[in-house]
Each structure stands twice: as C-alpha cells, then as structure tokens.
Design a protein around this ligand. Structure first.
Ligand code: KIV
Length: 271
C-alpha cells in the first residue's frame, strides 16, 4: 500500500491556533480562477452563499440551493492547494431537523472535498451544530447579522444596538462555541461587542464589519476588488477592477468596430 500524500492545506486546527496570535485572513471565493489567485495569500477560502447575490444577481441569499453550493465549493477546492476551504450551508438545507442538517452537511463535505461548513444561527441552532460536529463535520458558526434572516431583521441592519440585542448575540456566540464550532463569524456587529465576544470565547472569531480585535477578518472578494455595484460601508476597496474591466472592454469594442482587432498576429494563417 502506498503512503498517503499529506495535504499541505491549512486545517481547522491551524485556524483555531490563530486565537490571540496572528489574525486569520479569510476571503470569499466562488470560482476556480479566483480561488487560484487568492489561495497563496489567505488562510481560509469561504464559499459563501453570498454568491447568489454577487454572481447570480439574486436579491438575497435565500434562493441559493445545495446543488449550487456543491458546484462552486468543488470548483474552489479543485483550484486551491493551501487554504482551508469552508462552504456555506444554504437556507433551507439545515434548519428543518438535525438529521436533515447532517445529511446536507455530509453531501457538502463528500461532494466538494472542503474541510468545514458554515451554519448561520445561535442558540436555536446549537443542538444542530452539536449533532453534526459530534458526527465528524467541522462547523464555523455565524451570528449577529445573519443574511439568511434578512426578512426577520427587516433588512440588513447593524446588530447590537440595544442591551437586549447585545445579550442575545453574546449568548448566541457562546452557544455556538459550546455546541462544538471551531470558529464563528461575527457579522455587522457593534465594535465593542465584537471585542467583548472575542475576549470571552476560546474559539476564533472572524469579523466582517465587526472589530479589528477579532481573531480574523473576512470580506467578499468582489467588494474589495471593486467588482460589485455597491459595497457595504465597512468594506475597504483595495482595487478598482470594475473600472479596469470597463476600460479594457471599451477598447476592445472600439478596435473590433474599426477592424483593428484581430491584427495579423492574432490570426491563424493557412498555408
Ligand atoms: O456568504 C458570505 O459570503 C458570508 C460572509 C461574507 C461571512 O457569509
């Protein structure tokens, strides 16, 4: 029997070790070319269900299906070598029962080859998170602003404005940790609360619109590259690829119309 080749990928244990040390660098990736570009720079690639909005122009993440997550998750795993790949569980695939959740999570793990899944929800999802982690499925939790709760929240609202909201978010984060998650995303949460949660938890907190004190940060890649129509206010735009694409396509269109493209060097010549 040949010796199995050990993967050089970062593991969930590596992500856990980042607690209180160097922050975890995470970005979303939905496709092979983007995963290939990001892989060497990040610790974690998140195949977020935000792909419904970013890639497919959906109004929310709610219509995203398990099949869509499996197709994009497996593309990202195939195109990456070193990042820990986490795939989002889409709305409706895990809330019905803990057994349904296990079956959907197992499909994601088996059919994509990713290392972990992400599940939105706090105290109300704790039993499910415990059920799937006890059966071998690593879970990243996701509390505070949960995009799959957009209708319940009445929009994408910053979380942690009132003492009651703050108490619930803290309880949610603790419940997710106690249920066995190895990390938790804190999204759109008031900065001092994100700091307080990070200090209280022993698992890594990954912030998005949260606090620099979180144990890691995640953003939607297309937002930071300037490829989305409008990015949330907490995003820092590191490049304006939208403008670069527009300029390149304008030039191409003009050259095609003037018959400047293709030039001789771009043609296959017959003998
Ligand atoms: O779906 C997503 O992209 C996410 C993150 C941005 C945290 O859940």
């Amino acid at each position: 029997m040949s010796t199995p080749i050990l993967s050089r990928r970062k593991t969930i244990v590596d992500i856990g070790k980042a607690k209180g040390t160097t922050p975890v660098v995470a970005l979303t990736a939905y496709t092979a070319p983007v995963a290939r570009l990001l892989d060497e720079h990040v610790d974690m690639l998140l195949v977020g269900d935000s792909l419904g909005m970013v890639l497919y122009g959906m109004e929310s993440t709610l219509p995203v299906t398990l099949e869509l997550m499996i197709a994009h998750g497996s593309a990202v795993v195939r195109a990456s070598k070193s990042a820990c790949v986490v795939v989002d569980m889409p709305f409706g695939s895990y809330q019905g029962s803990r057994e349904a959740a296990f079956n959907a999570c197992a499909r994601i793990i088996k059919e994509t080859g990713c290392q972990a899944v992400k599940i939105e929800g706090g105290t109300e999802m704790a039993e499910t998170i415990a059920f799937v982690t006890n059966r071998g499925i690593p879970v990243v939790g996701h509390v505070a602003l949960m995009p799959q709760h957009v209708h319940m929240m009445g929009g994408y609202r910053y979380q942690g404005r009132t003492p009651k909201e703050r108490k619930k978010i803290l309880e949610d984060a603790v419940a997710v940790q106690e249920a066995g998650a190895f990390a938790v995303v804190l999204e759109g949460v008031e900065e001092s609360l994100a700091r307080q949660i990070t200090a209280k938890l022993t698992i890594a907190t990954i912030g998005i619109g949260a606090s620099p004190e979180c144990d890691g940060q995640v953003l939607v890649t297309e937002d930071l590259l300037g490829l989305t129509e409008s990015a949330p206010s907490f995003v820092k735009q590191y490049a304006n690829l939208g403008a670069a694409v527009s300029q390149a396509v304008e030039e191409y269109a003009a050259e095609v119309r003037k018959r400047k493209f293709p030039a001789a060097m771009h043609c296959f010549f017959k003998k």
